[in-house]
Design a protein around this ligand. Structure first.
Ligand code: C2E
Ligand code: MG
Ligand code: MG
Length: 594
């Protein structure tokens, strides 16, 4: 017999506690189904998010059985709280939610979640969830639909993304956005090879200008520069700021590469007039590199890098340079060399070789030149001129150079200690133009000398002419700093660069090292011989001493000594050797002959 009280079955929720007492009093006794339905509605109403129970009794016949007020508001269901056909809810017809719930409800799936499309629901975004409910007598298919409003989150994400893609100074797209543009182009179904190009425009001397005029005026210049670039471009071209003083242009080529070259020329023309910044007039030039957008790259960023590679080339010859794929291979090889060299420096894998510098009059060893050596992971010995060039290009020359100074001074101190006295030897260390420009070489030298208690007069810094030609004022101040430490300065590879005689006279240079190319040919080539004689007399006139590099024969040693060259270096005397071998060499040379 049916009880007057609804029987609670274990699978049904306990309703009695949630049931309002007045209602119980006025409607009692009520059927169990009514109680259940009321309870379900109450749960829905208690939810802080939009929720509705959707029912169907077969494909095509689907309705909103119950819903809470949040749902009704969002769905546009006015005054129809129960049993509304889903077509009554604007939400269902205007967005994909209607179609998806219809598909879900008659499927076997227990649940499904997705983000509602792009603001189709009254401009808002929802996280939509369907969860299957047990069949009811009146509906074999039922599910709970909930909506969580994610509009604020999506808007924040969007504005953050917009920020992330924009350069805040110029308002232009930044590098990320630029690469995305290239990516979109590559993905486009109508993309064809060679139909577009990327130009990279590098502002010349920006860091110097920035240093001189200050950051605010520097920013102003960047903005004005960007605006000139913009004015030189055709509509539809994408201009972006892809580095501190680098801009990128993505452009369509209607008549091939000539379009890119014409755009590059227009950009150059737009920069002919100087920029006016408050009181100042600044002439700004640029280098331009170009790369065709090609589907052969693995990712869009590579196209930008190719154009950047071309811009480096453009800097060398002041022309607009178009990237050639084979250049990239060489660049990648150098890049992997750079990565390996960085690791070698960090892991202390570099070593130092020492080559004697011999007094050509007495035959005594006066000193050594310290030359860096690098045994690569594959066991090969890298050529110093090659890895030094990579180090200069990448900036690794700064840590490498510091290490070289320290290692050279340490070795000299070590030899003194072994000998139990200060040896009458000096040590030559090479210093690159990039070190002069970027590092405080005098401070490094001073620290190494102090640390190992070695006197400055025993150290010679070998600089190439490029170190002076690049920035004579800075070179002068570094050289004076080194002289203040009592160190000596040698001009390395003399004759191969373009040092003006005025610099030689003005700068505190002690030694001219005559380049090997003249020495090796002097016996067969009259010009080389004449140059050597001229260099020797120049050195005498300027009060400098001379070292001839690359002496490979006894004949050369004797002739150079006869001509008045003070020192020599070369395989004829000894190859560069380890510190221990060099010390043994010193001992053998100073042992009294029997
Ligand atoms: P460099 O300073 O002119 O050094 C002399 C170069 O000539 C050395 O080459 C040496 O091994 C080589 N050499 C010496 N005698 C002879 C000879 O009789 N015949 C021939 N064919 N060669 C001779 P290495 O060691 O390959 O160094 C090449 C260049 O790399 C150096 O030229 C120097 O400019 C640079 N370098 C080497 N170590 C360092 C370093 O620690 N720092 C910097 N900045 N540059 C370095
Ligand atoms: Mg040298
Ligand atoms: Mg040299």
């Amino acid at each position: 017999m049916q009880s007057a009280f609804p029987q609670r079955r274990s699978e049904e929720p306990a309703l009695s506690l949630a049931f309002p007492s007045e209602m119980a009093a006025s409607h009692w006794p009520v059927s169990r189904d009514v109680l259940l339905e009321t309870g379900r509605q109450e749960y829905l109403d208690a939810l802080p998010i939009a929720g509705a129970v959707i029912c169907a009794d077969g494909p095509g016949h689907i309705w909103i059985d119950k819903s809470n007020r949040h749902f009704r508001r969002i769905a546009g269901l006015d005054g129809n709280p129960v049993d509304a056909p889903i077509a009554d809810a604007r939400l269902m017809t205007a967005s994909e939610i209607g179609g998806r719930v219809e598909a879900f409800i008659i499927s076997d799936a227990e649940e499904s979640e997705f983000d509602s499309g792009d603001g189709t629901v009254g401009g808002r975004h929802f996280a939509v969830r369907f969860a299957r409910l047990r069949p009811a007598p009146y509906a074999p298919y039922r599910c709970l639909l909930t909506l969580i409003d994610r509009t604020a989150q999506v808007d924040t994400e969007r504005s953050l993304r917009a920020e992330m893609l924009r350069d805040s100074l110029t308002g232009l797209p930044n590098r990320l956005a630029f690469a995305e543009n290239v990516e979109l182009l590559l993905q486009h179904p109508n993309f064809s090879e060679g139909s577009h190009a990327v130009l990279v425009i590098d502002m010349a001397r920006f860091s110097r200008v920035n240093e001189c005029v200050g950051a605010i005026a520097g920013d102003e210049l960047l903005i004005a520069f960007a605006s000139r670039l913009f004015s030189a471009l055709a509509p539809g071209n994408v201009l972006a700021r892809i580095g501190s003083d680098e801009f990128g242009v993505l452009m369509r080529l209607d008549t091939g590469l000539d379009d890119a070259l014409a755009a590059a020329r227009r950009i150059k023309e737009a920069l002919v007039m100087p920029f006016r910044l408050s009181e100042l007039e600044i002439q700004v030039d640029c280098s331009i590199g170009c790369a065709l957008v090609s589907g052969e790259v693995d990712f869009a960023e590579e196209v930008v890098r190719n154009a950047q590679f071309a811009v480096k080339r453009a800097k060398d010859n002041n022309e607009i340079h178009v990237y050639e794929p084979h250049e990239g291979q060489a660049a990648r090889r150098l890049f992997s060399l750079e990565t390996e060299l960085r690791r070698a420096i960090e892991n202390g894998q570099l070593t130092m070789a020492f080559q004697p510098l011999v007094d050509l009059q007495s035959g005594a060893v006066s000193g050594f030149e310290a030359l860096t050596r690098w045994e690569r992971d594959n066991g090969d010995h890298a050529h110093a001129s090659e890895f030094i060039a990579v180090a200069e290009e990448s900036g690794l020359i700064v840590p490498l150079g510091r290490w070289a100074i320290e290692e050279a001074v340490r070795t000299l101190a070590d030899w003194d200690e072994k000998a139990g006295q200060e040896l009458p030897l000096y040590m030559g260390v090479n210093v690159s133009a990039v070190q002069i420009a970027r590092d405080d070489v005098a401070a490094q030298v001073s620290a190494a000398l102090a640390h190992h208690k070695v006197e400055g007069r025993r150290l010679t810094l070998e600089l190439t002419e490029s170190a002076i030609v690049r920035d004579p004022e800075r070179a002068a101040s570094v050289l004076n700093g080194l002289k203040a430490l009592d160190a000596r300065i040698a001009m390395d590879d003399f004759g191969t660069g373009y040092t003006s005689l005025a610099y030689l006279q003005r700068l505190p240079i002690d030694i001219l090292k005559i380049d090997r190319s003249f020495v090796s040919q002097m016996m067969t080539d009259r010009d080389s011989f004449a140059i050597i004689r001229a260099v020797l007399s120049l050195a005498t006139a300027l009060g400098m001493s001379t070292t001839a590099e690359g002496i490979e024969t006894e004949d050369l040693a004797r002739t150079l000594g006869y001509l008045g060259c003070s020192h020599g270096q070369g395989y004829h005397f000894a190859m560069p050797m380890t510190a221990d071998d060099a010390y043994a060499y010193i001992l053998s040379r100073s042992a009294p002959s029997t």
